[in-house]
Design a protein around this ligand. Structure first.
Ligand SMILES: *Cc1c(COP(=O)(O)O)cnc(C)c1O
Length: 363
């Protein structure tokens, strides 16, 4: 059986470590089923560690978290503008995102009909190009805050498009645009509430982007793309039983495509895990600019030169995988290590890619 073991205490440790380093409110961002860890379990662990506000990017995620954490604030970071969605947001007391005057009017009307006030955060599009008031539309945000009495403005946010890059110019530019939006609100007598723009990378690398709160996803998993002196822990591990151990003679092909031939007799472990579970699946390289294609090509080439050897860990030892990764099977060379049928093979893997039908076990 394959499983993803998720260490809840490590998630809590990372959260506490990040809180003390960053010094402002850390809002766990739990989109995509908490990056594959499982959102309700992750949220409960963080709640027990002291988090009281959580961010998600879809309505169904917000409703699921609301179901398990009744008195936490659930901040839905994408704008929802249909009647049906708005009704659910109001019923469950989700804090909504408003990124246009029209959606503000719709939400305000629905809240008025239910005789409620809806907590909202205003989104500002300072460079991501997805949603939010453009800086030039800040007047619309002022109007929404002033004249729609069933909306309670509790925060203002924006989102960085390039915080992982060495080039920090867009982070600075977006931060200063965000500051301009905020001061325009304030000049009009509007209190912007909790101000937040930074994700993990920005929060760690650019202290000036921390404002009143930061939205942290990947760093809670111990995965950050920027250098940090924090000792963040790897919070999960994918593992699977070895289902067969045997010797292959020299000159034997291993795997699809006939890309690997044994040079001498090899003792192998057959492991029933593969692409179907999310092993070695990675993000599509969704780029068509020549310089990006070349950059990715160079990275691929470097990983090949580093022997390109993918490994798993069995009984505390590293075992190179040989032949191509299969859909449901991989083969490890265990000539130099001890291994029997039933031993666990462990893999370092981004939980985001671990298929949802792989059981998550929380410890
Ligand atoms: C994903 C996301 C975050 C968190 O990003 P990390 O880099 O994983 O910390 C924050 N804010 C928004 C709007 C997001 O979509």
């Amino acid at each position: 059986m394959s499983e993803l073991v998720v260490k809840k205490s490590y998630i809590a440790d990372n959260y506490r470590e990040l809180c003390s380093e960053i010094g402002v409110t850390v809002i766990p961002m739990l989109k995509g089923n908490a990056y594959g860890l499982g959102d309700t379990e992750t949220a409960s662990a963080l709640y027990d560690a002291g988090a009281k506000t959580f961010a998600v990017s879809r309505l169904e995620e917000a409703l699921r978290l609301h179901g398990v954490l009744k008195d936490a604030e659930i901040l839905l970071l994408s704008p929802y503008g249909t009647e049906a969605a708005v009704k659910k947001i109001l019923e469950c007391g989700i804090t909504a995102t408003v990124g246009s005057y029209d959606s503000a009017v719709l939400l305000n009307g629905a809240a008025a009909r239910q005789n409620r006030k809806c907590r909202v955060h205003f989104a500002f599009d300072t460079g991501m190009g997805r949603y939010g008031f453009l800086p030039a539309e800040t007047g619309q945000a002022v109007k929404a805050a002033k004249y729609l009495p069933n909306l309670e403005l509790c925060g203002c946010f924006s989102h960085f498009s390039n915080s992982f890059s060495k080039d920090n110019s867009s982070v600075h530019e977006q931060t200063s645009l965000f500051n301009e939006c905020l001061s325009e609100l304030e000049k009009s007598g509007i209190n912007p509430g909790m101000r937040h723009i930074a994700n993990s990378n920005a929060a760690l690398k650019y202290p000036e982007t921390r404002f009143d709160a930061v939205r942290i996803g990947s760093a809670l998993l111990g995965r950050v793309a920027v250098g940090t002196r924090l000792k963040l822990k790897d919070v999960c591990e994918f593992s699977c039983d070895v289902c067969e151990v045997r010797w292959l003679p020299a000159g034997q092909n291993v795997g699809y495509g006939n890309t690997f031939k044994t040079k001498k007799a090899v003792r192998i472990a057959v492991i029933p895990a593969g692409y179907a579970d999310g092993l070695y699946v990675s993000k599509v390289k969704d780029t068509f600019r020549l310089r990006d294609v070349l950059r990715y090509g160079w990275q691929d080439a470097k990983s090949l030169i580093g022997k390109g050897s993918l490994c798993c860990e069995i009984n505390g030892r590293s075992a190179p995988l040989i032949g191509r990764i299969g859909f449901t099977t991989v083969v490890a060379d265990i000539s130099k290590i001890e291994c029997e049928v039933g031993d666990r093979a462990k893999f370092h893997i981004n939980p985001m890619y671990v298929n949802s039908n792989v059981e998550r076990r929380y410890v």
